[in-house]
Write a protein that binds this ligand. Structure first.
Ligand SMILES: C[S@@+](CC[C@H](N)C(=O)[O-])C[C@H]1O[C@@H](n2cnc3c(N)ncnc32)[C@H](O)[C@@H]1O
Length: 257
Protein backbone atom coordinates (compact mmCIF):
# COMPACT_ATOMS: atom_id res chain seq x y z
CA UNK A 1 0.00 0.00 0.00
CA UNK A 2 1.37 3.42 -0.92
CA UNK A 3 -0.23 6.61 0.24
CA UNK A 4 0.16 10.04 -1.27
CA UNK A 5 2.39 11.27 1.53
CA UNK A 6 4.18 8.60 3.57
CA UNK A 7 6.04 11.05 5.82
CA UNK A 8 5.27 11.36 9.54
CA UNK A 9 3.45 14.63 8.75
CA UNK A 10 1.37 12.89 6.07
CA UNK A 11 0.32 10.28 8.60
CA UNK A 12 -0.38 12.97 11.21
CA UNK A 13 -2.89 14.47 8.76
CA UNK A 14 -4.39 11.04 8.01
CA UNK A 15 -4.92 10.41 11.72
CA UNK A 16 -6.54 13.78 12.48
CA UNK A 17 -10.25 13.82 13.32
CA UNK A 18 -12.20 13.00 10.16
CA UNK A 19 -8.93 12.35 8.35
CA UNK A 20 -8.56 9.43 5.96
CA UNK A 21 -7.82 7.17 8.95
CA UNK A 22 -11.44 7.52 10.07
CA UNK A 23 -12.81 6.86 6.59
CA UNK A 24 -10.54 3.85 6.27
CA UNK A 25 -11.55 2.32 9.61
CA UNK A 26 -15.24 2.92 8.82
CA UNK A 27 -14.92 1.29 5.40
CA UNK A 28 -13.10 -1.76 6.77
CA UNK A 29 -15.70 -2.17 9.55
CA UNK A 30 -18.61 -1.93 7.06
CA UNK A 31 -17.02 -4.63 4.90
CA UNK A 32 -16.23 -6.91 7.83
CA UNK A 33 -18.78 -6.71 10.66
CA UNK A 34 -16.84 -9.48 12.43
CA UNK A 35 -13.91 -7.18 13.12
CA UNK A 36 -13.89 -6.58 16.90
CA UNK A 37 -15.10 -3.13 17.96
CA UNK A 38 -12.29 -0.72 18.67
CA UNK A 39 -9.71 -2.37 16.41
CA UNK A 40 -10.28 0.41 13.85
CA UNK A 41 -7.30 -0.43 11.67
CA UNK A 42 -5.60 1.88 9.26
CA UNK A 43 -4.60 -1.17 7.30
CA UNK A 44 -6.24 -3.92 5.26
CA UNK A 45 -6.90 -6.02 8.32
CA UNK A 46 -9.89 -8.37 8.30
CA UNK A 47 -11.26 -10.34 11.25
CA UNK A 48 -9.79 -13.49 9.66
CA UNK A 49 -6.34 -11.97 9.18
CA UNK A 50 -6.41 -10.57 12.73
CA UNK A 51 -7.20 -14.05 14.09
CA UNK A 52 -4.33 -15.51 12.01
CA UNK A 53 -1.93 -12.85 13.35
CA UNK A 54 -3.04 -13.65 16.89
CA UNK A 55 -2.48 -17.39 16.36
CA UNK A 56 0.93 -16.84 14.77
CA UNK A 57 2.08 -14.62 17.65
CA UNK A 58 1.22 -17.36 20.16
CA UNK A 59 1.41 -14.86 23.03
CA UNK A 60 1.21 -16.02 26.63
CA UNK A 61 0.13 -14.01 29.65
CA UNK A 62 2.78 -11.51 30.72
CA UNK A 63 4.61 -11.43 27.38
CA UNK A 64 5.84 -8.09 26.08
CA UNK A 65 4.44 -7.44 22.61
CA UNK A 66 5.98 -4.65 20.53
CA UNK A 67 3.81 -3.28 17.70
CA UNK A 68 5.90 -1.47 15.08
CA UNK A 69 3.95 1.06 13.02
CA UNK A 70 1.13 0.77 15.54
CA UNK A 71 -0.96 3.60 14.09
CA UNK A 72 -3.84 4.43 16.41
CA UNK A 73 -3.16 1.32 18.43
CA UNK A 74 -6.39 -0.65 17.99
CA UNK A 75 -4.96 -3.84 16.45
CA UNK A 76 -2.02 -4.08 18.89
CA UNK A 77 -4.24 -3.43 21.91
CA UNK A 78 -6.66 -6.13 20.82
CA UNK A 79 -3.85 -8.65 20.28
CA UNK A 80 -2.23 -7.88 23.64
CA UNK A 81 -5.50 -8.00 25.56
CA UNK A 82 -6.46 -11.36 24.13
CA UNK A 83 -3.39 -12.83 25.81
CA UNK A 84 -2.97 -10.45 28.78
CA UNK A 85 0.33 -9.36 27.26
CA UNK A 86 1.99 -5.96 27.79
CA UNK A 87 1.98 -3.76 24.71
CA UNK A 88 4.57 -1.26 23.54
CA UNK A 89 3.54 0.51 20.35
CA UNK A 90 5.90 2.57 18.21
CA UNK A 91 4.97 4.94 15.40
CA UNK A 92 6.59 8.04 13.91
CA UNK A 93 3.26 9.90 13.78
CA UNK A 94 2.77 11.92 16.96
CA UNK A 95 -0.97 12.12 16.23
CA UNK A 96 -1.18 8.32 16.00
CA UNK A 97 0.70 7.93 19.28
CA UNK A 98 -1.63 10.42 21.01
CA UNK A 99 -4.71 8.55 19.73
CA UNK A 100 -3.25 5.20 20.78
CA UNK A 101 -2.32 6.39 24.27
CA UNK A 102 -5.82 7.79 24.76
CA UNK A 103 -7.40 4.56 23.54
CA UNK A 104 -5.27 2.51 25.96
CA UNK A 105 -6.03 4.82 28.91
CA UNK A 106 -9.79 4.59 28.24
CA UNK A 107 -9.69 0.82 28.65
CA UNK A 108 -6.71 -0.33 30.73
CA UNK A 109 -5.95 -4.02 30.49
CA UNK A 110 -7.33 -6.55 32.92
CA UNK A 111 -4.26 -6.29 35.16
CA UNK A 112 -4.80 -2.55 35.43
CA UNK A 113 -1.70 -1.66 33.46
CA UNK A 114 -2.05 0.47 30.38
CA UNK A 115 -0.10 -0.17 27.24
CA UNK A 116 2.68 2.24 26.34
CA UNK A 117 3.05 4.06 23.05
CA UNK A 118 6.03 6.05 21.90
CA UNK A 119 7.09 8.05 18.91
CA UNK A 120 9.95 6.47 17.01
CA UNK A 121 11.12 5.31 13.63
CA UNK A 122 10.80 1.70 12.58
CA UNK A 123 14.52 1.63 11.89
CA UNK A 124 15.43 3.37 15.17
CA UNK A 125 12.75 2.73 17.80
CA UNK A 126 14.75 3.79 20.85
CA UNK A 127 13.59 0.60 22.63
CA UNK A 128 16.07 -1.43 24.72
CA UNK A 129 17.73 -4.54 23.30
CA UNK A 130 15.74 -7.78 23.56
CA UNK A 131 12.75 -6.08 25.23
CA UNK A 132 10.13 -7.97 23.21
CA UNK A 133 8.93 -11.53 23.58
CA UNK A 134 7.04 -11.01 20.34
CA UNK A 135 6.84 -8.31 17.72
CA UNK A 136 4.01 -7.53 15.32
CA UNK A 137 3.95 -5.13 12.39
CA UNK A 138 0.73 -4.76 10.42
CA UNK A 139 1.15 -3.27 6.95
CA UNK A 140 4.02 -1.06 8.10
CA UNK A 141 7.45 -2.69 7.88
CA UNK A 142 7.76 -2.02 4.15
CA UNK A 143 7.73 1.76 4.67
CA UNK A 144 11.27 2.59 5.85
CA UNK A 145 13.56 3.47 2.94
CA UNK A 146 16.27 1.30 4.50
CA UNK A 147 14.40 -1.97 4.94
CA UNK A 148 17.50 -3.84 6.08
CA UNK A 149 17.91 -1.31 8.89
CA UNK A 150 14.29 -1.90 9.96
CA UNK A 151 14.80 -5.67 9.93
CA UNK A 152 18.00 -5.16 11.96
CA UNK A 153 16.00 -3.12 14.47
CA UNK A 154 13.44 -5.93 14.80
CA UNK A 155 16.31 -8.35 15.47
CA UNK A 156 17.77 -6.06 18.13
CA UNK A 157 14.47 -5.46 19.94
CA UNK A 158 13.32 -9.11 19.96
CA UNK A 159 14.72 -11.45 22.57
CA UNK A 160 16.44 -14.60 21.31
CA UNK A 161 13.68 -17.12 20.57
CA UNK A 162 11.12 -14.30 20.15
CA UNK A 163 8.64 -14.19 17.28
CA UNK A 164 8.04 -11.67 14.55
CA UNK A 165 4.68 -11.62 12.76
CA UNK A 166 4.21 -9.15 9.93
CA UNK A 167 1.63 -8.50 7.26
CA UNK A 168 2.40 -6.91 3.94
CA UNK A 169 2.53 -7.60 0.23
CA UNK A 170 4.64 -9.67 -2.13
CA UNK A 171 4.73 -9.01 -5.88
CA UNK A 172 3.25 -11.82 -8.00
CA UNK A 173 6.28 -11.30 -10.28
CA UNK A 174 9.46 -9.98 -8.66
CA UNK A 175 10.62 -6.75 -10.34
CA UNK A 176 7.28 -6.00 -12.07
CA UNK A 177 7.62 -2.37 -13.10
CA UNK A 178 3.87 -1.79 -13.03
CA UNK A 179 4.07 -1.96 -9.25
CA UNK A 180 5.00 0.86 -6.87
CA UNK A 181 8.76 0.66 -6.34
CA UNK A 182 8.51 -0.28 -2.68
CA UNK A 183 6.67 -3.51 -3.51
CA UNK A 184 8.57 -4.59 -6.63
CA UNK A 185 11.37 -6.48 -4.95
CA UNK A 186 9.75 -7.45 -1.65
CA UNK A 187 10.70 -10.93 -0.49
CA UNK A 188 10.28 -11.05 3.28
CA UNK A 189 11.57 -14.60 3.79
CA UNK A 190 14.78 -13.66 1.94
CA UNK A 191 15.23 -10.38 3.86
CA UNK A 192 14.55 -12.02 7.21
CA UNK A 193 16.75 -15.04 6.54
CA UNK A 194 19.59 -12.72 5.51
CA UNK A 195 19.28 -10.99 8.89
CA UNK A 196 19.51 -14.29 10.78
CA UNK A 197 15.81 -15.07 11.35
CA UNK A 198 14.34 -18.51 10.89
CA UNK A 199 11.25 -18.11 8.74
CA UNK A 200 8.51 -20.26 10.20
CA UNK A 201 5.79 -19.51 7.64
CA UNK A 202 4.85 -17.22 4.77
CA UNK A 203 1.09 -17.56 4.28
CA UNK A 204 -1.16 -16.16 1.57
CA UNK A 205 -4.94 -16.27 1.38
CA UNK A 206 -7.19 -15.13 -1.46
CA UNK A 207 -9.62 -13.68 1.10
CA UNK A 208 -6.95 -11.25 2.33
CA UNK A 209 -6.40 -10.10 -1.26
CA UNK A 210 -10.13 -9.60 -1.67
CA UNK A 211 -10.27 -7.39 1.46
CA UNK A 212 -7.49 -5.23 0.06
CA UNK A 213 -9.36 -4.68 -3.22
CA UNK A 214 -12.79 -4.40 -1.58
CA UNK A 215 -11.74 -1.45 0.61
CA UNK A 216 -10.73 0.54 -2.47
CA UNK A 217 -13.79 -0.58 -4.43
CA UNK A 218 -16.07 0.45 -1.54
CA UNK A 219 -14.39 3.86 -1.32
CA UNK A 220 -14.97 4.44 -5.05
CA UNK A 221 -18.58 3.22 -4.80
CA UNK A 222 -19.37 6.18 -2.52
CA UNK A 223 -19.24 8.31 -5.69
CA UNK A 224 -18.81 12.05 -5.50
CA UNK A 225 -17.04 12.78 -2.19
CA UNK A 226 -18.54 16.28 -2.10
CA UNK A 227 -16.67 18.25 0.55
CA UNK A 228 -15.29 15.12 2.24
CA UNK A 229 -11.55 15.59 1.69
CA UNK A 230 -10.70 12.34 3.47
CA UNK A 231 -12.93 10.27 1.22
CA UNK A 232 -11.57 12.10 -1.81
CA UNK A 233 -8.03 11.19 -0.71
CA UNK A 234 -8.91 7.54 -0.26
CA UNK A 235 -10.59 7.51 -3.67
CA UNK A 236 -7.45 9.00 -5.25
CA UNK A 237 -5.39 6.26 -3.66
CA UNK A 238 -7.87 3.64 -4.90
CA UNK A 239 -7.69 4.97 -8.47
CA UNK A 240 -3.89 4.82 -8.37
CA UNK A 241 -3.53 1.42 -6.78
CA UNK A 242 -6.52 -0.68 -7.73
CA UNK A 243 -5.28 -1.25 -11.31
CA UNK A 244 -2.12 -2.91 -9.94
CA UNK A 245 -3.77 -4.74 -7.03
CA UNK A 246 -3.92 -8.06 -8.90
CA UNK A 247 -0.11 -7.95 -9.20
CA UNK A 248 0.26 -8.18 -5.41
CA UNK A 249 -0.41 -10.91 -2.86
CA UNK A 250 -1.11 -10.22 0.79
CA UNK A 251 1.32 -12.15 2.99
CA UNK A 252 1.44 -13.05 6.67
CA UNK A 253 5.02 -13.82 7.59
CA UNK A 254 6.08 -15.49 10.84
CA UNK A 255 9.74 -15.69 11.81
CA UNK A 256 11.74 -16.61 14.89
CA UNK A 257 14.86 -14.83 16.14
C1 LIG B 1 -0.79 1.37 7.05
S1 LIG B 1 -0.54 2.11 8.61
C2 LIG B 1 -0.85 0.72 9.71
C3 LIG B 1 -1.17 1.16 11.10
C4 LIG B 1 -1.54 0.03 12.06
N1 LIG B 1 -0.56 -1.02 12.06
C5 LIG B 1 -2.92 -0.52 11.77
O1 LIG B 1 -3.02 -1.70 11.35
O2 LIG B 1 -3.90 0.20 11.94
C6 LIG B 1 1.24 2.23 8.68
C7 LIG B 1 1.74 2.88 9.96
O3 LIG B 1 3.17 2.89 9.92
C8 LIG B 1 3.64 4.15 10.37
N2 LIG B 1 4.94 4.36 9.74
C9 LIG B 1 5.23 4.42 8.42
N3 LIG B 1 6.55 4.60 8.23
C10 LIG B 1 7.12 4.65 9.46
C11 LIG B 1 8.44 4.81 9.92
N4 LIG B 1 9.47 4.95 9.08
N5 LIG B 1 8.66 4.80 11.25
C12 LIG B 1 7.62 4.66 12.13
N6 LIG B 1 6.34 4.51 11.75
C13 LIG B 1 6.09 4.50 10.43
C14 LIG B 1 2.57 5.16 9.96
O4 LIG B 1 2.57 6.33 10.72
C15 LIG B 1 1.30 4.33 10.13
O5 LIG B 1 0.76 4.49 11.42
Amino acid sequence: MVRGDDSAGGYDRAFCAEGVGDVFARTVAELDPGLPAGVEPYSFLSSHLLACVSRALALVSGDVLVDLGCGRGGPGLWLARQAEAHLIGVDFSSVAVTHASRRAAQAPDRRGRSARFRQGDLAATGLPDAVADALVSIDALHFPADRAAAVGEVWRVLRPGGRLVLTGWHPVGIGDERLPERHRGTDWPASLTAAGFTVVDCATDAAWDRTFRAVYTAALAHGDPGGDAALAGLQDEARRLLPAAHLLRRVLVTAAR
